[in-house]
Design a protein around this ligand. Structure first.
Ligand SMILES: Nc1ncnc2c1ncn2[C@@H]1O[C@H](COP(=O)(O)OP(=O)(O)OP(=O)(O)O)[C@@H](O)[C@H]1O
Ligand SMILES: [Mg+2]
Length: 340
């Protein structure tokens, strides 16, 4: 079975010369929740707009359900739903009117619009408020209505651009619960952009980190976290009086241990390169041999935040350098012109 989304060598250069997307490639499997993470201006919205056919790419291969999106725009429109970064709700209309309007935009028959609008408003817990003007809705309700509108034509693939931006923690959690339900109840494929790492970690099967139009990392959250290494095992011993230095050396020699640091409370931090849970039994075995007891042990893994910093932090420094180089080049060109 083909993938829901396939992108190869996608490039977007805007008319003003901005290269918003710089040769990205990835695929999204059917039924997958795929996250695109990245700082402001990384190219997330541009990528989404190209995938749903709102923007033309400068170069690249794009397939939705195995179909070239430029050759079959009508099929792509039917197969995809899109909720933009800014909600597209008309606040002079009620919730019901907004979603019905969306159904007419897709030329759906009246009966289908009524059935589907009812189903979606119920799913997003908005049915009771359907007759109220959306001007009276909260930010979270507006976002839910916006997503419901994107689902009126039963798309197989849903694109959500920052669905939780600016919402409070509880409302964000609620939106993610709805997204999860869309996958389990309808088998939908979901492509989502976000700034919130904890959410991406919990919800996304795989995430791509994009920076300056380039994908700098792409994998499952767990693999990304394991990839940057640095699991930390905190361990406390008893019965080592006088043998601390020898113990540290022996721990340091255990496979995959990168560093051993004493902590302020008389314990040790063992930084490992691989999954820390696999090193812990080796520490126990070592202590058995040495006749030392482990009193306490805990494991801390890097978070997706750490991964993000790891990749975009470095990239942002590079970006600063390239911006500087750019500015310098402009000055040089200006001088050359004035010199003429
Ligand atoms: N219509 C446009 N014309 C020219 N440049 C644009 C246009 N739209 C976006 N850009 C530029 O393209 C780059 C990528 O923008 P994009 O909106 O895709 O980023 P983003 O990752 O969605 O950012 P954010 O997190 O702020 O939403 C930015 O440098 C932006 O200024
Ligand atoms: Mg954006």
């Amino acid at each position: 079975m083909e993938n829901a989304i396939e992108v190869a060598g996608l490039v977007k250069v805007y008319k003003n010369g901005t290269k918003a997307v710089d040769g990205i490639s990835f695929h999204v499997a059917r039924g997958e929740i795929f996250g695109l993470l990245g700082p402001n201006g990384a190219g997330k919205s541009t990528t989404i707009k190209i995938l749903i056919g709102l923007l033309n790419p400068t170069a690249g291969e794009l397939r939705i359900n195995g179909v070239d999106i430029r050759a079959y725009p009508a099929e792509i429109k039917r197969a995809t739903g899109y909720a933009a970064q800014e909600t597209a709700i008309d606040d002079r209309l009620t919730g019901w009117e907004n979603i019905s309007l969306q159904g007419r935009f897709y030329h759906l028959p009246g009966r289908e619009i009524r059935d589907r609008a009812t189903e979606m408003l119920k799913m997003f817990d908005l049915y009771e408020r359907r007759k109220d003007l959306t001007a009276t809705y909260s930010g979270g309700m507006l976002k839910r209505l916006d997503i419901a509108c994107a689902l009126i034509h039963r798309p197989q693939i849903l694109f959500l651009d920052e669905p939780t931006l600016g919402l409070d923690v509880q409302t964000r959690q609620m939106i993610w619960d709805y997204i999860e339900r869309l996958r389990t109840e309808y088998g939908m494929t979901i492509f989502v952009t976000t700034h919130y790492m904890e959410e991406a970690d919990v919800l996304c099967d795989r995430v791509a980190i994009i920076d300056q139009g380039k994908i700098v990392a792409l994998d499952t959250p767990d693999a990304l976290k394991a990839g940057i290494g640095g699991d930390v095992i905190y361990v406390r011993f008893s019965g080592i009086d006088g043998n601390e230095a020898a113990l540290r050396t022996k721990i340091g020699a255990v496979a995959h241990v990168r560093r051993v640091e004493p902590t302020a409370d008389g314990a040790y931090r063992v930084i490992v390169e691989q999954a820390g849970e696999e090193t812990i039994p080796q520490l126990f075995a070592l202590c058995d041999q040495l006749g030392i007891t482990i009193n306490a042990v805990s494991l801390k893994k890097p978070s997706l935040d750490d991964v993000y910093l790891h990749f975009t932090g470095r990239a942002m420094r590079d970006a600063e350098e390239s911006r500087e180089a750019h500015a310098r080049a402009r000055i040089m060109r200006g001088r050359a012109r004035r010199g003429k």
